[in-house]
Write a protein that binds this ligand. Structure first.
Ligand SMILES: CC(C)(COP(=O)(O)OP(=O)(O)OC[C@H]1O[C@@H](n2cnc3c(N)ncnc32)[C@H](O)[C@@H]1OP(=O)(O)O)[C@@H](O)C(=O)NCCC(=O)NCCS
Length: 174
């Protein structure tokens, strides 16, 4: 086990290679465990939550998996996909999953990783967050406002029987 340092972290957002699928799967378990508190996810009989769509990130076009590293150590993940937007926009970049491990939170890691990914993919972006996910709601409002330079509170929507907030904005790239 290596210790997480607290000063001037070096942040990297690196494309995850096919061989790193098991690494991504492990991080997605931590993510799902966090989410199970607000979303009522059930563990499978093998003691894992599982993430069925994960292999598609290396086989289907328009899907981009990333690992976040802080000072060289794993610190989170980002899954991006190209798809039809629920806002009505035809084709958007969808931030499908976004996760920073607990030991690295509130140090700007999430902010820097999000800005890096948005700059990499110019175009319309959609970020959906459950209304109940208070921390993430504040995080996205803060980060998206910083990125666009405009106040952003998102729009309340109903999706799959849950209350969500949808943020939609444009990236002009780097
Ligand atoms: C949401 C998440 C990605 C934030 O990552 P992070 O690295 O801690 O975020 P940052 O340090 O860049 O935070 C930037 C700002 O967002 C807001 N914020 C972040 N976490 C917050 C929290 N728990 N409560 C309130 N505000 C929060 C603050 O304004 C913060 O600035 P500050 O620390 O100077 O007050 C992380 O908590 C996480 O992975 N959560 C579980 C997964 C999740 O909910 N993902 C989003 C799915 S939509």
């Amino acid at each position: 086990m290596s210790e997480v340092r607290a000063t001037s972290p070096q942040l990297e957002v690196l494309p995850a290679a096919r061989e790193q699928e098991p690494v991504m799967a492990n991080l997605l378990e931590l993510y799902a465990h966090d989410f199970s508190e607000i979303r009522g996810l059930n563990l499978r009989e093998d003691g894992r939550f599982g993430y069925e769509a994960l292999p598609l990130y290396w086989t289907e076009p328009g899907r981009y998996p990333f690992l976040i590293r802080v000072d060289g150590s794993l610190a989170g993940l980002v899954l991006v996909k190209r798809g039809a937007g629920i806002s009505g926009a035809e084709v958007v970049w969808d931030l499908a999953e976004f996760f920073v491990v607990r030991g690295c939170r509130r140090r700007g890691v999430g902010t820097h990783a999000a800005l890096e990914v948005w700059r990499r993919f110019p175009g319309v972006w959609e970020v959906r967050v459950m209304q109940k996910n208070d921390a993430a709601l504040r995080f996205w409002a803060e980060t998206i406002s910083m990125f666009t330079g405009e106040e952003s509170d998102g729009v309340a929507i109903e999706h799959g029987g849950d209350a969500w907030v949808l943020f939609s904005f444009e990236s002009r790239g780097r």
